[in-house]
Design a protein around this ligand. Structure first.
Ligand SMILES: Cc1cc2nc3c(=O)[nH]c(=O)nc-3n(C[C@H](O)[C@H](O)[C@H](O)COP(=O)(O)O)c2cc1C
Length: 133
């Protein structure tokens, strides 16, 4: 499948989820600092990971600028979102999904975790199936 996992992670939780997703799907996982928007646009499905940062926001130095440019150029792509959070109960992901909805993006699914790959909430298999479909 023509998909890629692209993520930002400071302490390794989102990275662990990225690895689980990429291993399950058999696709590459790249740090956002290691990929350009133009490289990312070669894929049909962009599986994007970013933990809750700021005040229930996306990380604003690397991930946010990448994301903004990506969605401005990749309106026709398929997206899926994931990431780790600490104390906010997943509010950042709700904010992210709302933003994506207002941007008219096709979001196949999302998963969140209060820790790393072992604390993923919701149905991981359904998340994977939605991306594969
Ligand atoms: C500067 C900073 C801001 C954060 N803001 C939030 C937040 O708004 N809501 C929340 O639930 N967790 C917040 N967290 C917790 C992180 O989302 C959590 O530690 C997560 O596991 C980090 O993921 P990572 O290991 O992939 O870097 C924040 C952490 C840091 C360092």
């Amino acid at each position: 499948m023509n998909a890629v996992v692209i993520y930002w992670s400071a302490t390794g939780n989102t990275e662990a989820i990225a690895e689980k997703i990429s291993n399950t799907l058999g696709v590459e996982a790249k740090k956002v600092s290691d990929v350009t928007v133009d490289e990312a646009l070669k894929y049909d499905t962009l599986i994007l990971g970013c933990p809750a940062m700021g005040a229930e926001e996306l990380e604003d130095t690397e991930f946010r600028p990448f994301y903004d440019e990506l969605v401005s150029k990749g309106q026709d792509k398929k997206y899926a979102f994931f990431g780790a959070y600490g104390w906010g109960g997943g509010e950042w992901m709700n904010n992210w999904l709302s933003e994506a909805s207002s941007q008219g993006l096709n979001v196949l699914g999302s998963i969140i975790s209060s820790g790393g790959a072992d604390e993923i909430e919701g149905d991981f298999d359904s998340f994977i199936s939605a991306i594969k479909a």
